[in-house]
Design a protein around this ligand. Structure first.
Ligand code: ADP
Ligand code: TRP
Length: 327
C-alpha cells in the first residue's frame, strides 16, 4: 500500500510515449496503491507560450483520455493543478529552499532553453520546483514517470530532505518509479531522441487520436537501418524502438517477436505493428469521443477531484506555514 502521484501536461495531444511511459504505469499502480493522485499539470504547460482555446480543449481531452484509459475516480483523485492554489504557494516556499545551482543543473531545462537566448520564461526555469511542490503536498511515496522526469523527482527528494532538516519532519521523501521497457519510446522519424509532442514534425509520434491510415503512414515512414532483419539489438535504434512498442502492445518478448518475424522484412513488420497499434487505439478513441460529448460530466469529475485534493493540500500547507514561521 502506498501513495502514488503523477501528472501530465495538457500540451497538445497525448502520444503513445506518454501512454506507455506514464499512463499505463500509473494504471498498474492504481491496482495496488491505496491513495492515488493524477492531475493535469496546466501550470506546467504555460511555461512555454500557449493558445488559450487550445489549452482549454486539451485539458478536457486529457481528462477524457485518462478516464477512457481506465483511471477510476473512485480510486484516484483526478484533478486540475490550477484548481489547488496550494501548489503555487508551496512552490514559492520551495523556491526559497532550492539553490540556483541545483535548478540550473536540470537537463530538461537546458535542452528546452538551448538556442532560445534570454527569451525563455522564468517559469520554464522554475518548472522543477513547482513539480516538487506538486509531489510533496500530498505525502507522495511513488511517482511513476518516464525516464526524462527522473531528475526532477530527485530534486523533489533533495528539497524535501533539506526542508525537513531545516524545519523538522514535514515531507515524505518520494521515489521515482520508472518502468524498464517503455520508459523512453523514441521518435519514429529520429530514434536517437525521445518521442515528443513538441517534436518539429508529427511524423515523430503516434497520437492517441491518430486514425488507422495515419498510424500506418507514420509507421511506414519510420526510420530503420539497412540490415533488414527483425532482431532486437540496442544499437539498431529504429527497429529496436518499434519492437519495444510491439512488445508493449502484445506482451510478447523480443525473442517471441524475432521468431514471429523470422525471414520477414521491415515492410511486413511495419504493417503488423500498425495493425496492433490501431487495435489498441480504436476502442480507446471511441471511449474518449463518448466522454468528450459530456463536458458537464468532465467538469464535475475535476471538481470532485479538486475537493478531495484541496482538503489534503490545505492541511499540509497549514503545517508548512507554521514550520517556516509565517503562521
Ligand atoms: P512530451 O515530451 O511529449 O511533451 P511530457 O513531457 O508531457 O511529454 O511527458 C508526460 C509524461 O510522459 C512524463 O511522465 C514523461 O516522462 C512521459 N513521456 C513523455 N515522452 C515519453 C516517451 N517518449 N517515452 C516514454 N515516456 C514518455
Ligand atoms: N513535469 C512532468 C512532465 O513533463 C509533469 C508533472 C508535473 C509531474 N508535475 C508532476 C509528473 C508531478 C509527476 C509528478 O511530464
Amino acid at each position: 500500500m502506498s501513495r502514488v502521484l503523477t501528472a501530465l501536461k495538457p500540451t497538445n495531444i497525448l502520444h503513445i510515449g506518454n501512454y506507455f511511459g506514464a499512463i499505463e504505469p500509473f494504471l498498474q499502480q492504481q491496482k495496488t496503491g491505496d491513495t492515488n493522485f493524477l492531475f493535469i499539470a496546466d501550470y506546467h504547460s504555460i511555461t512555454i507560450p500557449q493558445d488559450p482555446d487550445e489549452l482549454r480543449k486539451n485539458i478536457f481531452f486529457a481528462t477524457a483520455a485518462y478516464l477512457a484509459a481506465g483511471v477510476n475516480p473512485e480510486k484516484t483523485t483526478l484533478f486540475q493543478q490550477s484548481h489547488i492554489s496550494e501548489h503555487t504557494e508551496l512552490a514559492w516556499i520551495l523556491n526559497c529552499v532550492a539553490s540556483m545551482g541545483e535548478v540550473e543543473r536540470m537537463t530538461q531545462y537546458k535542452d528546452k532553453a538551448r538556442n532560445k537566448g534570454e527569451s525563455v520564461s522564468v517559469g520554464l526555469f522554475d518548472y522543477p520546483v513547482l513539480m516538487a511542490a506538486d509531489i510533496l503536498l500530498y505525502d507522495t511515496e511513488i511517482v511513476p514517470v518516464g525516464e526524462d522526469q527522473k531528475q526532477h523527482v530527485e530534486l523533489a527528494r533533495d528539497l524535501a530532505e533539506r526542508f525537513n532538516n531545516r524545519f523538522g519532519q514535514t515531507f515524505v521523501i518520494p521515489k521515482p518509479v520508472i518502468r524498464e521497457s517503455g520508459a523512453r519510446i523514441m521518435g519514429l522519424d529520429d530514434p536517437e531522441k525521445k518521442m515528443s509532442k513538441s517534436a518539429p514534425t508529427d511524423k515523430n509520434y503516434i497520437s492517441l487520436m491518430d486514425d488507422e491510415a495515419t498510424v500506418l503512414k507514420k509507421i511506414k515512414s519510420a526510420i530503420t537501418d539497412s540490415e533488414g532483419t527483425i532482431v532486437y539489438r540496442e544499437h539498431r535504434k529504429g527497429i529496436a524502438n518499434m519492437m519495444t512498442i510491439y512488445s508493449l502492445l502484445t506482451g510478447e518478448s523480443m525473442i517471441e517477436i524475432e521468431k514471429t518475424f523470422e525471414g520477414k522484412g521491415y515492410g511486413d513488420f511495419k504493417i503488423a505493428l500498425a495493425a496492433k497499434v490501431s487495435e489498441f487505439l480504436t476502442p480507446l478513441q471511441e471511449k474518449i469521443q463518448t466522454l468528450l460529448q459530456d463536458e458537464n460530466h468532465l467538469h464535475r469529475t475535476l471538481e470532485i477531484g479538486a475537493q478531495k485534493a484541496r482538503a489534503i493540500a490545505a492541511k499540509k500547507m497549514i503545517e508548512v506555514r507554521k514550520k517556516i514561521g509565517i503562521a
